[in-house]
Design a protein. Structure first.
Length: 377
């Protein structure tokens, strides 16, 4: 298999790396951490101008028709800068759910707005009792004379407070899982916003008699669970690439620090045991990069193979990321957790990666269960 990047992919990587290195300084991250949105709306418009928001959207709807590999290239660069803009929630998850589940009219109305940066989306699927089980949804949607009535609770909605539209999952009367487009500020919606570990914001939702029109239903009312599973698997591949970018930055900064930090008259990197630890960090970065690439390559495979690749990557990268983060903090000494260095911020983002969409333990179990299904088939 030829894994060499095409000319277009190389240009994407170079432009993303250059933009991130020039824009996402430590001072910039501190400023946007205090912004109510949790990110910069001006930079989001630059994403649109660069074509990054159009990247995962089909060409027929004003997009560029990029795939999981291109998204991975972009997300790895975002990891290096700890980018807080809602790319995952809007361009990866939100746009994919609309493209997979929406009617033709909904796609024509919404996808071009994502591409031009005028529409923020969030996905409200997870519930407290679910424990990362995508099929465990208790939120209900009842048909009414004027449309739909939604009741339930959602947790860990990424970038929900900034979203113009929130895609909410709910069970209808026949038990099918359906998706609904809910505008921000809808009557009956209570939102509790909070900062995410490592940057960005999330929120919990309380839906009490939320009234939505009939056309709020995304798609034709068929069971949306298979599409939700596919989109979450692709989102985990993208997150894995972001984690690789963070890990590589931690390795690079730690390597540089051990060259200039001296003890007993010589650099830390002159000690063989330190070199061994740096080599172990480099190995973990390479393993994580391989798993993220495999998940991206399998993003459009048949469901069991796709999900096994996504869960395998999430579990393995989570383990590698924790190792690299801990080693980086330890090799920086007490300075590793202070505000004066970026190391602590990268460490926090990797901790958040471990729990987002399920931790390593959950995905080891899911990978094993899917292996049993594959063997039976």
């Amino acid at each position: 298999m030829d894994l060499t990047l095409s000319d277009e992919q190389r240009l994407l990587r170079e432009s993303a790396d250059r933009f991130v290195s020039e824009t996402y300084t430590a001072d910039h991250r501190r400023r946007i951490a205090n912004d109510p949105l949790g990110f910069s709306a001006a930079i989001w418009k630059q994403f649109a101008e660069l074509g990054w928001l159009a990247l995962p959207i089909p060409e027929v709807y004003g997009g560029l028709g990029g795939g999981a590999i291109e998204i991975g290239i972009l997300m790895e660069a975002f990891g290096r800068g700890l980018v807080a803009e809602p790319y995952l929630s809007t361009a990866v998850i939100g746009a994919s759910l609309i493209a997979e589940c929406g009617t033709e009219a909904q796609k024509q109305a919404l996808l071009p707005k994502i591409a031009d940066g005028s529409l923020y989306l969030a996905s409200a699927h997870w519930e407290r009792q679910a424990r990362f089980d995508l099929g465990n949804v208790r939120t209900t949607a009842k048909k009414t004379s004027g449309g739909w009535r939604l009741d339930g609770q959602k947790t860990a909605v990424l970038d929900g407070s900034a979203a113009h539209q929130i895609i909410v999952s709910a069970r209808i009367d026949d038990g099918k899982l359906c998706l609904f487009l809910m505008p921000q500020g809808t009557r009956g919606l209570a939102l509790r916003d909070y900062p995410r570990l490592g940057g960005g914001r999330a929120c919990n939702l309380e839906l009490t008699g939320v009234e939505l029109p009939a056309d709020a239903l995304l798609g034709d009312g068929g069971d949306a669970l298979p599409m939700v599973e596919a989109v979450v698997d692709r989102a985990m591949a993208a997150l894995g690439a972001e984690a690789v970018g963070i890990m590589q930055t931690l390795l690079d900064q730690t390597l540089e620090y051990t060259k200039i930090r001296k003890q007993f008259g010589r650099p830390l990197s002159a000690n063989q045991v330190i070199r061994h630890r740096l080599a172990d960090m480099a190995m973990q970065c390479d393993e994580a990069r391989s798993m993220a690439l495999r998940a991206a390559l399998m993003a459009n495979a048949e469901p069991v193979a796709r999900s096994r690749a996504a869960s395998g990557a999430k579990a393995k990268i989570g383990k590698c990321a924790l190792f690299v983060a801990e080693q980086s903090v330890q090799l920086h000494g007490a300075m590793g957790v202070t505000e004066e260095l970026d190391i602590g911020a990268y460490f926090k983002r990797l901790l958040a990666f471990e729990t987002l969409f399920g931790g390593s333990a959950h995905h080891y179990r899911r990978h094993a269960a899917l292996g049993g299904r594959a063997a039976q088939a």
